[in-house]
Design a protein around this ligand. Structure first.
Ligand SMILES: Cc1cc2nc3c(=O)[nH]c(=O)nc-3n(C[C@H](O)[C@H](O)[C@H](O)COP(=O)(O)OP(=O)(O)OC[C@H]3O[C@@H](n4cnc5c(N)ncnc54)[C@H](O)[C@@H]3O)c2cc1C
Ligand SMILES: *[C@@H]1O[C@H](CO)[C@@H](O)[C@H](O)[C@H]1NC(C)=O
Ligand SMILES: *[C@@H]1O[C@H](CO)[C@@H](O)[C@H](O)[C@H]1NC(C)=O
Length: 391
């Protein structure tokens, strides 16, 4: 029997993972990525326990990730009227010691390279320079048309093409992403002295995240009129302007030091989308940011995408095994079960991430003190915290 050809649209973060997991189930996935090569862009992201549990299904991958273990999360306030420690968490350390699975901070570019390499090792074909334009569905397949003129017919399609997904557009029509009202300006910087030799992520009402032994990824959240969602680093003059103008450059607990020493400084608008009632149509399904883009404040974007990929591979194997003829009805049964399992969770987390973002930009002393009190209580109560961070 010829293997079931699956079109994976997008070779970003979740595309290669979905491809590898489907290959393990006996399908024949091929990744179509619009760019000619992987991206150097972006800053850091966190892979949490739930995401790592999915990545562990790929032999050798987690051990090969050149990231930095995150054992501690420290929260500080720099408000003159109410400054100091809001909470110091060691949950990730305890879970790492108990279960062997903790939390990792990693450069987005390094993660994408590791995932693409793992896909190649698993024998997944990757077609670079293939920008999906449209797709057409028949009873037993999907024909994909690309901007370079190529056309390919596959059995079914997994849209992993991110925030501005063309797969999503092809299924459900054009619809603008929602600007959250917040931007982030971030970069990399040498790890401040007080954190050297530790595994600590800091939140000084801005973000900080170690991505290797001596480097932190940082981001400053601000409320601003709409800004583009772009991951391109700004030029040196613009970066210097930001460092001069940002009050965060004077903050303590290492935050100011990170901003002042920032390199590859990048500014991007934060976007999400309202929940979709369904992630599929016929033989095409969306996962990751294509299905449920989120603002980044919970650090769950990539992790939820990995959860999607794990669940999708299992449900396809159960409903539409690669060894049998792949019917639209069988695929739809898998996709519907995926939606039932995943949409409530991702919808909750998208909303929660937006709320988290709002806590980072409150203005005025009374509102900031109230915010600080909220975090002190939250960070001291493990049950409440698990609920809030959905860890
Ligand atoms: C360049 C870049 C840098 C990023 N940097 C960060 C970061 O520093 N920190 C952070 O938290 N998040 C970052 N993100 C977002 C983060 O990768 C995602 O939120 C998350 O990991 C989910 O991944 P995804 O695979 O669903 O989407 P993405 O990572 O966005 O990947 C989507 C992929 O699909 C490709 N694609 C898009 N349209 C098409 C098409 N029509 N045909 C074929 N391919 C297509 C894109 O080129 C991309 O490779 C970045 C995203 C991008 C694209
Ligand atoms: C990827 O493709 C998009 C759209 O064509 C483009 O805007 C972006 O700059 C490309 N990125 C890289 C790394 O080539
Ligand atoms: C800055 O970006 C370049 C590529 O664009 C990369 O080679 C370099 O490692 C980055 N710097 C840090 C500190 O990550």
């Amino acid at each position: 029997m010829t293997p079931v050809r699956v079109g994976i649209i997008g070779g970003g973060i979740v595309g290669p993972v979905a491809a590898i997991l489907l290959k393990q189930q006996g399908y024949d996935p091929v990744i179509f990525e619009r760019n000619d090569t992987r991206s150097e862009a972006g800053i850091g992201l966190g892979i949490q326990r739930n995401g790592l549990l999915v990545l562990q299904r790929i032999p050798g991958l987690v051990e090969s990730l050149a990231g930095h273990t995150l054992d501690y999360f420290h929260f500080y306030s720099t408000l003159a009227e109410d400054s100091g420690v809001l909470g110091q968490l060691d949950g990730p350390k305890r879970r790492r010691e108990q279960t062997g699975v903790g939390t990792i901070g990693i450069r987005r570019s390094v993660l994408q390279l590791a995932l693409i390499s793992a896909a190649e090792r698993a024998g997944v074909e990757i077609r670079w320079g293939h920008h999906l334009n449209t797709l057409e569905q028949t009873e037993d397949g999907v024909t994909l048309s690309f901007a370079n003129g190529a056309r390919e017919t596959v059995s079914f399609v997994v849209g992993c093409d991110g925030l501005h997904s063309d797969t999503r557009k092809a299924l459900f029509g054009e619809e603008r992403a929602d600007y959250t009202g917040l931007t982030q300006t971030g970069g990399f910087a040498p790890m401040p002295e007080q954190y050297r030799g530790t595994s600590t992520a800091i939140s000084v009402f801005g973000d900080g995240l170690p991505v290797d032994e001596t480097t932190m990824s940082w981001a400053v959240t601000a409320r601003e009129p709409e800004a583009k969602e772009t991951w391109r680093a700004m030029d040196d003059a613009a970066a210097e302007d930001f460092k001069r103008a940002s009050p965060v450059a004077q903050w303590d607990h290492g935050a100011g030091e990170l901003v002042r020493n920032g390199v590859n400084v990048t500014k991007y608008g934060l976007y999400d989308r309202p929940e979709l009632p369904t992630w599929h149509k016929g033989r095409v399904v969306l996962i990751g940011d294509a299905a449920h883009p989120t603002s980044p404040h919970l650090g769950q974007g990539a992790n939820q995408a990995f959860e999607d990929a794990g669940a999708l591979a299992d449900l396809l194997a159960a409903h539409a095994p690669a060894a049998e003829p792949t019917t639209t009805a069988a695929l739809e049964a898998a996709f519907q079960e995926l939606e039932a399992a995943r949409i409530p969770r991702t919808t909750f987390l998208v909303k929660r991430a937006r709320e988290q973002g709002e806590t980072r930009v409150v203005h005025g002393v009374p509102a900031c003190v109230e915010r600080n009190e909220f975090y002190r209580k939250l960070l001291a109560d493990e049950a409440l915290m698990r609920q809030w961070f959905a860890a």
